[in-house]
Design a protein around this ligand. Structure first.
Ligand code: ATP
Ligand code: MG
Length: 548
């Protein structure tokens, strides 16, 4: 059930892979991986990485592994692994049998570290963590060698084994790679490979009290899985020499790390820490709050996975950081829903219409389910002598260029015919409480300039609708480090309302998506109950995306 590929743009990673296939560097194999740390929920930024990792494998008849990058025992939680798998599947990708845990490689990582020690390429160091910065130094001047740098291989092996055996407390010793204390790249100045942490691991259990560092573990994970192209975000570019050093010095499969720019979106925060803060402080209703950029939130909001895939393709893959306009995401969502979402009618702010020529009035009319998709068919919509229309679609004294309903004027009633306003009822205070009118069938020779939606008064049912706006008021809520991003929260990001819906909408099941004609795209929420659907507005109909 792998997702169909969206329209493609050439980018530098596609070019690298095409070139490797041409030269036969990896024997024509393309093996990629998506390596989330199971310490949070996936968001739209991860979707960019997922679409790239799985996409490149799919396009090249390769495979993409899903790997829980769980080398840090402290931050991880098993609860997240399930949601990560569900989210990747929902996005439309399949890892087949290739589901892995980095922690399953701990034994091999340990053996490889012993090999580095034997080769004189790693040593046990006792310089305390907070003092190491004086040894490491600054990029423009060489650092200072650790006093433990020249221990014999035998002594190092013994100490490393005793580290594993639990003889030393947390932080007492580390294993360092012996690389180059004069390198202008600080990551190459004898980086830590292993640290002591007397903490059980959620997946590996209580077998370990030493844990490998990311920069050592990741290339080994990749190489053991024979990953050919290991894509990661730009901040790892400066770590690449260390990635390559580990691969070479452990004599492993030559996986290649390739960096690309992370996705940043306007009106959105993407940092796991900030998302967690919003959830924990109950500023949103949970990880799948439809206002969050988490995949759970987007799903609940009604965003189709195909729209996210198309969005990721449109954003493209580059080597420079940039900020993407959230309007592009909304555009991709509309584009997909326009093609796939059945139409229905619902009225948010009802005004009663009384039809006066009731002789021969149809009891029902047929509505086209999706003008973009003939296969979607038609449905029956009850009709009757009383209807509800939107209050905004009637003006007793119309302003200039107002083409909708007003006294003496006609409009088309979507799917039904024509309505001509013949009178207005007021309450004692002078407010309009109903509009009177005459009905004419679709084939009547009436000329109108507007079509409005409606629901039949006798059959329409109230449904709960949740109208979402952007979660933040400003395009870059976390741009200024000195201002709390939470101060930019939009207080009106959720507006609860009741709509009168045509009866077909009562059958909606959680996840079903609709276009409420002239109002927006909506999806039935998991809070829906039989005959009592709750709808989330996914997006409005108005597209504000302007290509640069
Ligand atoms: P952490 O700070 O916990 O490492 P992370 O966002 O990098 O946070 P990971 O679980 O390590 O989370 O991410 C898994 C993969 O998703 C990584 O390869 C990472 O580069 C990629 N990724 C994360 N955020 C984005 C983003 N905004 N755009 C593109 N890729 C991303
Ligand atoms: Mg990460």
């Amino acid at each position: 059930m792998n997702a169909p590929a969206p329209e493609k743009n050439m980018h530098f990673i596609r070019e690298i892979i095409a070139e490797d296939n041409r030269t036969g560097k990896y024997g024509g194999q393309v093996v990629t991986r998506f390596p989330p740390e199971p310490n949070g929920y996936l968001h739209i930024g991860h979707a960019k990485a997922i679409c790239l990792d799985f996409g490149m494998a799919l396009e090249n008849n390769g495979e993409c592994h899903l790997r829980m990058d769980d080398t840090n025992p402290v931050k991880e939680d098993v609860e997240y692994t399930d949601s990560i798998q569900a989210d990747v599947r929902w996005l439309g990708f399949d890892w087949g049998p290739h589901y892995y845990h980095a922690s399953d490689y701990f034994e091999q990582m340990y053996e490889l570290a012993c090999g580095l020690i034997r080769d004189g390429k790693a040593y046990v160091c006792e310089v305390p963590g907070d003092e190491w910065k004086h040894y490491r130094g600054i990029p423009t001047e060489p650092g200072k060698a650790s006093p433990f740098r020249n221990r014999s291989a035998a002594e190092n092996l013994d100490l490393f084994q005793r580290m594993r055996a639990g003889e030393f407390p947390d932080g007492a010793k580390v294993l360092r790679a012996k690389i180059d204390m004069a390198s202008p790249n600080l990551h190459m100045r004898d980086p830590v490979l292993y640290r002591i942490l007397h903490t059980p691991h959620p997946h590996a259990g209580d077998k370990w009290c030493i844990y490998p560092m990311y920069d050592y573990a990741h290339p080994i994970e990749d190489a053991l899985e024979k990953i050919t192209h290991s894509m990661c975000t730009l901040e790892f570019e400066v770590h690449r020499p260390l990635y390559d050093w580990v691969i070479q010095n452990c004599r492993l499969f030559p996986s290649r790390q390739i960096e690309f720019a992370r996705l940043e979106l306007t009106y959105t925060v993407m940092s796991k820490r900030k998302l967690l803060e919003l959830v924990q402080r109950k500023l949103v209703k949970g990880w799948d709050d439809p206002r969050l950029p988490t995949l759970g939130g987007l799903r609940r909001r009604g965003v189709p996975p195909a729209a996210i895939r198309q969005f990721c393709e449109r954003v493209g893959i580059t080597k420079y950081d940039s900020l993407t306009d959230v309007a592009l995401l909304e555009h991709c969502i509309r584009d997909e829903l326009n093609r796939t979402a059945p139409r229905a009618m619902a009225v948010l702010n009802p005004l009663r219409v009384v039809i006066e020529n009731t002789d021969g009035l149809p009891a029902a009319v047929r509505g086209v389910n999706n003008p973009e998709d003939p296969a979607a068919g038609t449905r029956e919509i009850p009709f009757g002598p009383e209807l509800f229309i939107e209050r905004e679609d009637f003006a007793e004294t119309p302003p200039p260029k107002y083409f909708r309903l007003s006294p003496g004027k006609s409009v088309r009633l979507r799917n039904a015919g024509f309505l001509t306003c013949t009178g207005v009822d007021h309450d004692p205070a002078g407010n309009v409480v109903a509009v009177r009118g005459t009905f004419a069938p679709m084939d009547a020779p009436v000329k109108v300039k507007a079509t409005i939606h409606w629901v039949p008064a006798h059959a329409a049912k109230p449904v709960e609708v949740r109208l979402y706006d952007r979660l933040f008021k400003v395009p870059e809520p976390d741009a200024d480090k000195d201002v709390d991003f939470k101060s930019h929260l939009n207080p009106d990001s959720l507006h609860m309302a009741t709509a009168l819906a045509e009866p077909s909408l009562l059958d909606a099941r959680p996840g079903d998506r609709f276009q409420f004609e002239r109002i927006g795209y909506f999806a039935a929420d998991p809070d829906s109950r039989p005959s009592a659907p709750v709808f989330n507005r996914t997006v409005t109909l108005k597209d504000s995306w302007k290509p640069a």
